[in-house]
Design a protein around this ligand. Sequence first.
Ligand SMILES: [Zn+2]
Length: 305
Amino acid sequence: MSEFALCLTHDVDRPYKTYQGLFYALQSNPGYHLRTLLGRENPYWQFEDIMALERDLGVRSSFYFLNEPSLLRTGTLADWFDPKNWIEHLGRYDIEAEAITEVIHALDDGGWEVGIHGSFRSCDDFDRLRTEKRELESVLGRDILGGRQHHLKLGPRTWQYHRELGLKYDASPGSSSTHGFQHGYRPFRPFDDEFVVFPLTLMEVSLPDPGRSFESAWAECEQLLVEAEANDAVMTVLWHPRYFNDDEFPGYRRLYREVVAWALDRGAWVGPVGDYYREFLDDGGSEATRTGRTRETVQSEHEAE
Ligand SMILES: [Zn+2]
């Protein structure tokens, strides 16, 4: 199998704007930030918008859900006075909350992949990871295939833990400050078995701010896409859901759309990591099962937003 592929992923870190909203409200534009903080109109809640955008493009993606231990359950009073913990915990979500379980099922029903976003400490904690996986699977109602660790943090045994827990892949190796193929053009098998690692090629935050200069941000993306196509690479990109809010993060949504459209235009396979695994890397997979989504379904890839 040698074909350029683009895997689309979203790490669901914080779908609610809470601490950050208070912080920004004290600095600038208090009306806007307080309204979005307190109202139903929550700017970080982008699930439906992303689904609509991807449906329009004719693609699907992976959503990785974080299941951090809550300070409410495990914290001491001293923890609450440490601002570092506010950032880490306020704005976290409960994967069993109704709004989140509804989203998880809507994604799953619509052909999106639901995967695990292992919490910060879980990379060194087998039991923690097992609990997080079990809880997510109980919400989803079936097994998950893989995911990515929070902060891309891997410990010396993380992949062994993943494998022992029956996960088929991890998509963590990468960087939030640089992008490129430093971890290779292809998924690899660290244990020479069915467990596969997908390098992360590009996280949105490592790009020049597209709100300031869309052209510079696009130039970096295009360079990666060209390199991926020339090398039949599997390029994996991460756009956090909140970056799809164009008021808060101008340009990122359009950039994502352009990246996907470019790949579809060149006949790339585009989709969730788990689908790629099942179609091309699973032992049961074969050339005959290849049904990559291509550009027939795309109508409006260069439409202005
Ligand atoms: Zn994360």
